[in-house]
Design a protein around this ligand. Structure first.
Ligand SMILES: [Zn+2]
Length: 74
Protein backbone atom coordinates (compact mmCIF):
# COMPACT_ATOMS: atom_id res chain seq x y z
CA UNK A 1 0.00 0.00 0.00
CA UNK A 2 1.15 3.49 -0.81
CA UNK A 3 0.59 6.48 1.42
CA UNK A 4 -1.06 9.46 -0.26
CA UNK A 5 -0.41 13.06 0.72
CA UNK A 6 -3.73 14.82 1.30
CA UNK A 7 -3.74 18.58 0.94
CA UNK A 8 -7.23 19.32 2.23
CA UNK A 9 -8.02 16.69 4.83
CA UNK A 10 -11.39 18.12 5.81
CA UNK A 11 -12.53 18.00 2.19
CA UNK A 12 -11.16 14.49 1.80
CA UNK A 13 -13.14 13.34 4.83
CA UNK A 14 -16.28 14.99 3.55
CA UNK A 15 -15.98 13.15 0.25
CA UNK A 16 -14.74 9.79 1.51
CA UNK A 17 -16.05 9.27 5.04
CA UNK A 18 -18.08 6.01 4.94
CA UNK A 19 -20.74 7.11 7.46
CA UNK A 20 -23.05 10.07 8.02
CA UNK A 21 -21.63 13.27 9.48
CA UNK A 22 -17.87 13.36 8.87
CA UNK A 23 -16.04 14.46 12.03
CA UNK A 24 -14.00 17.63 12.33
CA UNK A 25 -10.24 17.41 12.13
CA UNK A 26 -10.08 18.61 15.74
CA UNK A 27 -12.34 15.82 17.06
CA UNK A 28 -10.70 12.98 18.97
CA UNK A 29 -11.18 9.30 18.29
CA UNK A 30 -9.81 6.06 19.70
CA UNK A 31 -8.50 3.35 17.39
CA UNK A 32 -9.66 -0.03 18.68
CA UNK A 33 -6.78 -1.82 16.97
CA UNK A 34 -3.90 -0.02 18.69
CA UNK A 35 -5.87 1.72 21.47
CA UNK A 36 -4.41 5.09 20.51
CA UNK A 37 -6.34 8.31 21.06
CA UNK A 38 -5.70 10.77 18.27
CA UNK A 39 -7.03 13.82 16.52
CA UNK A 40 -9.04 12.97 13.42
CA UNK A 41 -6.83 15.40 11.47
CA UNK A 42 -3.87 13.07 11.97
CA UNK A 43 -5.42 10.35 9.83
CA UNK A 44 -3.40 8.88 6.98
CA UNK A 45 -4.59 7.75 3.58
CA UNK A 46 -3.28 4.67 1.84
CA UNK A 47 -4.06 3.38 -1.60
CA UNK A 48 -4.52 -0.38 -1.79
CA UNK A 49 -3.75 -2.66 -4.72
CA UNK A 50 -7.21 -2.22 -6.21
CA UNK A 51 -6.99 1.57 -6.15
CA UNK A 52 -9.22 2.14 -3.14
CA UNK A 53 -8.20 5.03 -0.96
CA UNK A 54 -8.44 4.00 2.68
CA UNK A 55 -8.72 6.39 5.61
CA UNK A 56 -6.33 4.87 8.14
CA UNK A 57 -5.20 5.14 11.73
CA UNK A 58 -2.38 7.70 12.29
CA UNK A 59 -0.20 4.74 13.37
CA UNK A 60 -0.52 3.05 9.99
CA UNK A 61 1.18 1.08 8.57
CA UNK A 62 2.20 -0.30 11.99
CA UNK A 63 -1.52 -0.41 12.86
CA UNK A 64 -3.97 -1.83 10.36
CA UNK A 65 -6.95 0.06 11.76
CA UNK A 66 -9.05 2.12 9.38
CA UNK A 67 -11.81 4.65 9.78
CA UNK A 68 -14.36 1.94 10.63
CA UNK A 69 -12.27 1.06 13.71
CA UNK A 70 -12.48 4.55 15.22
CA UNK A 71 -14.60 5.04 18.27
CA UNK A 72 -15.83 8.25 19.81
CA UNK A 73 -14.50 9.06 23.25
CA UNK A 74 -17.11 9.06 25.95
ZN1 LIG B 1 -4.61 2.16 15.21
Amino acid sequence: MKELAIEDKQKFLQENYPFEDPPNLTDKRRCIHCDTVFYVGDFKVFKDNTGNELICCPKAPDCNGTVIDWFRLL
